[in-house]
Design a protein around this ligand. Structure first.
Ligand code: FAD
Length: 477
């Protein structure tokens, strides 16, 4: 077996893994990224289908976070187009939803005398207000408890679901359905009757922070381009990114990680490393370590905490836009589909000339049990007909991407608020990615954020490296 030695092995090239690798390589550490698939990026990547550049998961990128900062710090190109609008579709109307749009929504509803929209607007505002109050109360509580945020949240959890809370305020089915769509679409991709009100309040509060939540973008040529730009940083600094390379085991001796065993297209490789960062998911990390008494409590906590989130993602081709609106649209009045984005209205590099691509997200009937796949496909197909009248004549399904709760790459490894720490029982083994998010964070920015946290820890743990070779050209593709 061939041998190799690096400062740090990164298992997986999703947003968390590639962020950690690019930063560490930038700071001069010798890094090896092992990615088992042929393409980089995991659920933040691009798959080519019939001439369309289709997302493998994430589409809308929250700006002004560590995700964007990684590109600034490392000098990688961050080519992002603004996607300022977030709207919601109620019946045939499309109304602004976020940011200045909340005011506009109220006005549009008022002007049109659509009482249920108006009433919903008020409830929506009051939710944010209540959330702020609750967050304030929690901060107060924290002063008197030596517990961290996570414990406080746990002690408050489970008493009432968001749907139950909503039903205390209204029995209007349209408002309840619209609210379900917003929660599924923007917050956790779970059903509102399956997630605690507490967690949604926290998220509303973070949305009320204009600096954090109101700038969005998308990659006009697909996310894989952004990931490749970060991979180039790694390679330009003299480190390595290997695709079709699967980590089979994390080596542990005397309570410390000593490296990994991996298979490459050329054969097996034994890599020694001072630090191992896993982006494979917390459960997968545990499997890669194998039986180890150090992990007993950790595994118990993991089983109690993580709740993988399923999804059905639709990639729909058409010759006219089925949803003729830029930005992200929250779809209401449907059974499963809660989000739609017409990618080709933002960029003509996404598909063949004259063709359109609609991206949809459908929340399964239950997010806590394995899907009845046939039933879910039927729900999504019926929603297409109901919400997009042009679909019947002009639309064609490129692919329904079904990600069940046991999928290797689910919608999310766990919803916000149900996360594990980045640290493991082994002091030089860390997790990054969407199972170890900071409170109040979700999606790909959350993964970049926890990668930064781990990189800070690694820099304190390892001796300062010699200055890395400076690349001769900027790290762009
Ligand atoms: C349909 C859908 C829509 C979404 N929409 C959005 C959105 O609009 N905005 C947003 O911000 N987020 C969105 N998300 C969530 C976002 O995509 C994820 O939270 C994020 O991309 C997860 O990144 P990660 O760091 O956890 O890595 P992952 O994407 O989980 O990547 C992990 C990588 O590790 C590799 N790997 C695993 N095991 C091994 C091994 N043993 N050896 C080598 N490699 C291994 C995998 O192949 C994979 O490439 C969406 C997700 C889905 C599915």
């Amino acid at each position: 077996m061939q041998k190799k030695k690096v400062d740090c092995v990164v298992i997986g090239s999703g947003m968390g893994g590639i962020t950690a690798a690019a930063l560490l390589a930038h700071y001069g550490f010798k890094v090896l990224v092992a990615e088992k698939l042929a393409r980089l990026g995991g659920r933040f990547s691009t798959q080519e289908i019939d001439g369309f550049k289709c997302p493998t998961g994430a589409l809308i990128i929250q700006r002004g976070t560590e995700l964007e900062e990684t590109f600034k710090v490392t000098g990688a190109k961050f080519d992002i187009a603004d996607c300022a609008e977030i709207s919601w579709k109620i019946g045939d109307g499309i109304y602004p939803l976020l940011g200045k749009g909340v005011g506009k929504t109220l006005w549009a509803a008022f002007r049109n005398l659509r009482w249920h929209h108006y009433k919903f607007g008020i409830i929506h505002q009051s939710m944010i207000f209540k959330a702020m109050l609750k967050i304030g109360w929690r901060a107060f509580l924290n002063l008197f408890r030596s517990a961290d945020n996570k414990l406080v949240r746990k002690s408050m959890r489970g008493t009432i679901s968001y749907r139950d809370w909503m039903e205390k305020h209204t029995d209007d089915p349209q408002i309840i359905q619209a609210n379900h769509a917003i929660v599924s679409s923007l917050f956790s991709a779970t059903n509102d009757f399956e997630c605690p009100a507490e967690d949604v309040f926290e998220f509303w509060a973070s949305m009320a922070n204009p600096a954090k939540m109101q700038k969005f973008g998308y990659a006009p040529r697909g996310n894989v381009e952004l990931i490749n730009n970060l991979a180039k940083v790694v390679v330009d600094r003299g480190s390595e990114v290997m695709t079709e390379t699967e980590v089979k085991a994390i080596k542990v001796e005397n309570g410390r990680a000593t490296g990994v065993l991996l298979t490459t297209p050329q054969g097996e490789l034994d890599v020694d490393a001072a630090v191992v960062i896993s982006n494979a998911g917390v459960k997968q990390t545990v499997d890669l370590v194998g039986e180890n008494p150090l992990f007993q409590d950790y595994i118990r906590e993991m089983n109690e905490t993580l709740q993988p989130v399923p999804i059905v993602m639709g990639l729909i081709e058409s010759d006219v836009p089925l949803l003729d609106k830029t930005g992200l649209v929250v779809i209401t009045g449907t059974q499963a589909i809660v989000t739609g984005v017409t990618l080709t209205l933002h960029s003509d590099e996404i598909g063949p000339p004259g063709k359109h691509l609609l991206w949809t997200c459908g929340t399964p009937a239950s997010c806590t049990e394995p899907m009845d796949i046939e039933r879910e496909l039927k729900r999504n197909e019926e929603d297409m007909h109901k919400a997009f009248p042009l679909y019947k004549e002009h639309g064609r399904v490129l692919k329904w991407v079904v990600k069940d709760i046991d999928d290797d790459l689910p919608c999310m490894r766990t919803p916000p608020g149900y996360d594990m720490p980045v640290e493991t029982p082994i002091p030089n083994l860390y997790n990054v990615g969407d199972a170890v998010k900071e409170p109040g964070w979700t999606g790909s920015p959350a993964c970049a954020k926890n990668a930064w946290k781990v990189v800070d820890m690694v820099r304190k743990q390892l001796p300062k490296p010699a200055p890395s070779p400076v690349p001769s050209s900027p790290s762009t593709n």
